[in-house]
Design a protein around this ligand. Structure first.
Ligand SMILES: NC(=O)c1ccc[n+]([C@@H]2O[C@H](COP(=O)([O-])OP(=O)(O)OC[C@H]3O[C@@H](n4cnc5c(N)ncnc54)[C@H](OP(=O)(O)O)[C@@H]3O)[C@@H](O)[C@H]2O)c1
Length: 317
């Protein structure tokens, strides 16, 4: 049965794959795009609508009602104000549409890092998760682990002979990364999964979990040559953040810079795995897995030049 699905964040890394997966399954798709976002996908079942969700004004009038919504919205910067405007305000606009259209499911792509909410964008994500849960709209929240793009930022540097950076000894963190196609299929599957209604689903890719030190070793194996590893102390990020903190009172740009260093410190020290309150540790064995594509396939594609990942403002190195 064909469903008409609204995809928000359709131009993003995962959103674009959700659109393609829905079209592959012959659903009708409404891709919500910002006014100036470039877009090159065309398909008879695809409609594009340009709106600014963060600006006041009615926007649903231009759209025939949809029966489901998938939100892959994300603040591109993680800045304090942008996080509020995108993670909470823009998603809240979608929720209003979900209520008026009486959708059968609102699937929200969230992040596993909200388990330890220390950053502005994590708190805004949680705030919207709460609003969605209490809205009366049938919902599913998918808290994904790291995406392949988040583990691919250093490949270009390594290919040009530069070292692979790790924090601490390179084993402080681990994750079960998930491929964009696999996550997109998982999200689309949840639209009609009765067991996923009213449930928060943490999900990663196929295991085992991998540390940054192991990522460097994987790259060395695929390249057939040693990859020099350079260790950095993650505390550096907190030092930079502390220096910027007083200046943040005078400038939102500097406040966002401070937040950026705090985000960097978080990812340098926290695993993207399920956190067990009981054992007070990250548990790879308890982190659910989906999909079949492994990080090795992704790295091979990037090394061979068959694939690219647009890292945008998420790139650290
Ligand atoms: N990166 C990871 O490893 C990771 C891991 C787990 C979970 N997640 C979560 O997964 C979700 C999707 O991530 P992603 O990497 O696919 O995101 P992304 O590539 O950064 O895409 C973000 C999407 O949100 C849209 N957007 C940003 N600001 C907007 C605004 N002001 N108004 C309307 N739309 C706006 C963007 O539109 P434009 O193209 O117009 O900018 C884009 O379509 C996020 O919630 C993220 O936190 C990420």
């Amino acid at each position: 049965m064909t469903t008409r699905v609204l995809v928000a964040g359709a131009s993003g890394y995962i959103g674009r794959h959700v659109v393609m997966e829905l079209l592959r399954r012959e659903h009708e798709v409404v891709a919500l795009l910002r006014r100036d976002t470039t877009w090159d996908l065309n398909h008879p079942n695809l409609e594009t609508v340009r709106v600014e969700l963060t600006e006041p004004g009615a926007w649903t009038g231009a759209i025939q009602p949809c029966s489901a919504i998938v939100s892959c919205l994300a603040s591109r910067t993680g800045g304090v104000e942008d996080a509020r405007r995108v993670e909470f305000d823009a998603n809240s606009e979608l929720l209003k549409a979900a209520v008026s259209w009486q959708v059968s499911r609102f699937v929200l792509l969230s992040a596993i890092c909200v388990q330890k909410p220390r950053l502005a964008f994590q708190r805004e994500k949680l705030r919207f998760e709460g609003a969605l849960q209490s809205s009366g709209v049938p919902w599913t929240i998918v808290r994904a682990t790291a995406f392949f793009k988040s583990l691919s930022g250093q490949i270009e540097r390594v290919l040009s002979g530069k070292p692979f950076f790790v924090f601490g000894d390179g084993t402080l963190t681990a994750c079960k990364p998930i491929a964009e196609e696999d996550l997109a299929a998982y999200l689309v599957d949840r639209l009609r999964d009765p067991a996923a209604a009213g449930v928060i689903l943490p999900v990663g890719g196929p295991g085992p979990a991998i540390t940054p030190r192991e990522q460097a070793a994987l790259l060395a194996r695929l390249l057939g040559k040693p990859v020099p590893v350079r260790a950095l102390p993650p505390g550096l990020f907190l030092l930079f953040a502390a220096v910027l903190k007083p200046l943040g009172f005078f400038s939102s740009r500097l406040r966002d810079r401070e937040e950026f260093f705090r985000i960097a410190h978080f990812y340098a020290t926290e695993s993207m795995l399920l956190w067990s309150e009981e054992s007070q540790q990250y548990r790879a064995d308890l982190t659910p897995e989906a999909g079949s594509k492994g990080l090795e396939d992704c790295y091979r594609g990037l090394i061979d030049g068959d694939a690219t990942h647009d890292l945008g403002e998420h790139k650290l190195f």
